[in-house]
Structures are given as C-alpha cells and as structure tokens.
Write a protein that binds this ligand. Sequence first.
Ligand code: PSV
Ligand code: MN
Length: 384
Amino acid sequence: MSVKDALRDQRIETPSWAYGNSGTRFKVFAQQGVPRTPYEKIDDAAVVHRLTGVAPTVALHIPWDRVDDYGKLASYARERGVALGAINSNVFQDDDYKLGSVCHPDASVRRKALGHLLECVDIMDATGSRDLKLWFADGLNYPGQDNIRARQDRLAEALRETYARLGPDQRMLVEYKLFEPAFYVTDVPDWGTAFAHCQQLGDQAQVVIDTGHHAPGTNIEFIVSFLLRAGKLGAFDFNSRFYADDDLMVGAADPFQLFRIMHEIVLADALKPAAGIAFMLDQCHNLEPKIPAIIRSVLNVQEATAKALLVDHAELAAAQQAGDVLGANAALMDAYNTDVRPLLRELREEMSLDPDPMAAYRRSGYAERIVAERVGGEAAGWGA
Ligand code: PSV
Ligand code: MN
C-alpha cells in the first residue's frame, strides 16, 4: 500500500470533552462559543472531520455527554458525517468515590460503580460504539490506608462482571495512569497491571496507552511494541506532556516521540482500521481556541504518521542485520527529518480538501458564528 493510501485510510478520534471548557485545579478560563450540549460538541467534531478528512468519530464521556436518547445522538452525528466512538466511563466525580470506585472498601460503592460501567455498555448498544474505555482514579494517599491486594481482587471482580456484559463485537479498553489523583498507590498505575488484568479477562480486553500517563523518560514505544506483539494494544489516548498529565496538544512537546510510536505501529502494520487500534486524542485546551487546537493535533498525528510511513524498512532491516548502528539510526532519522507537509497538502487536494485545514478553518467563519449563536445556556465542561 502506498504512503498516500495509508494516510487516506487513517482514522483519528476526537474527544467530546476537548470541545468543552477545561482548566487546571486553579482556574477554568471560559471561552466564548463553547458547545452547551453533546449535540453542539458533535457539530464541532464534524467541522474537524470535514476539514481534515481523517477524524470521522468522536468519543463520548458519561455523564458529561448524558442525553435522553443515545440513538438520536448517533443519528444526529451520522447526519453530520461523523459517528460516535468510544464510550468513556466516569467513576471519579461522585462524592461516594472519595476512597475509590470499583476498589472501594464498601461493597455498596463498588456496586454503584459497577452499575455505571454496565450502563456505559447499554449506551454502547444504543450508539453502536465498539469500545468501552475504563480509567479508574482509584488509589491511596497514605501507606496503610487500605489493603493493596484486596483492592486488586475488587478491581478484577468489577472488570470480570463488566467484561461478561460486553457484546461479541464490543471491547473493553483498560487505561492506566501512574498517579493523580492518588499519590501513594494507584490501583492501575502502569501497562503491566492493565495488561495482566486484560490477559485474565480474554480477547475483548485490551490496553489503552495514554501518552501522558507515564513517568518522565518512560520509553513509550517499547510499551507499544510489547503490547502489539502480545495482541493487547487496543487504543491510544494521544496528548503531550512536559511534566505530568498535562493533556496538551499531541506532538507539541515531543514530536520525535510521536514519530517513534507511529514507527512501531507502521512496522506492525497496525495503522489500518482493520488492525483494530483506536487512535484517539485525550486533550484539554485551556488557553488556546479549541477547534483549531484539535485540528492542529490531528495534523500533528498525521505528520508523524507520514514520516513513519517513509521509513525505508529494507534499508533499516539490512543495517540492523549488519550491526550497522549508525546506518540503522540514519534510516530512521532520514524519515523523521523529511518535510512531509508538501505530501500532505497534495494528499488533501486529492481528497478534495483544502490543503491547509488551519487556514480553511480561519476563513470558514465558523469560529465567529458559534460565538454569535451560542449565547445563553451553560457551556459544557467537566461537570456532570
Ligand atoms: C484520565 O486522566 C483520563 O486520561 C481518562 O482517559 C479520562 O477518561 C480522561 O482523562 C478525561 O478525564
Ligand atoms: Mn486518557
């Protein structure tokens, strides 16, 4: 398959919450024209897809995107040329979850959390979504606060019950994160823990790598390669980090890391949608305008992918086999240092898109229109 064909088929999912207001624990700086409903978030996601041609799905977060009729939301999306993607569960924003959700010492809180996870699968049935994304804020702040091993047992039980509820074409994606909000123990802190639980569950359970959820210096492409080999890589939550879970635009902090990740994907022939890896963004745009930031992020993933596709695999393999360390490294760096923007402009023209989606968005007048139209009501944010 040619580089252009692979890029034309690429799919990047945008997150509904990136279109809403967000901030740090210090302040949310509200922006004008922000969606007030899940329907308006879909309007914005449809604009991103219309301009980039490679972002046809939008992930939902429950309860932030709760609606009365999910079938109606799915049809609304379809009418605008997009589809609903992964359903993200949320068992971290209720007072009951102070000491955890599925790992909580109190069985009634665990039952409530499990009920939410099962409800998310009901929603998937209505939206036609394939993936349930699970992230748990569960953990401990102090040594002795709870029994670490018992919490793993409780986690395994909730995952088992949720897994049993999945339809044959649905998947469970287990996300890990080193720390935050818990600071001493996190119940799913790393890929190894997520992997071990997914192994026990079965083929429909896979690991999701959020690029912002690692210790500084972690070699993420190693994790990608390991999980691909084991058939356990289900998805990415792409974003950039400088320090912790910064949720900045993917490819902004370390475009070379993104290239190295995409190189592992291309090597394993896992870019094509049939390979089943969901390439999602998980970002928050606190300072910058949201829609152009999401467009920029999609383009950053696309550029890193194009560079990864340009790696000469024959040259790389020959240098590796010959023990030619510098030659092998040069084969990768030649691809990374290629300016792929002309190729991508050409590709967009062939796809009947504007070659410069950022400029096309600025010219479209959409930003001004939503500021004028979205007056009154409550801007969407992280509140349920
Ligand atoms: C948690 O930090 C996370 O990465 C999970 O994916 C959540 O669902 C998402 O952010 C939004 O809070
Ligand atoms: Mn995430």
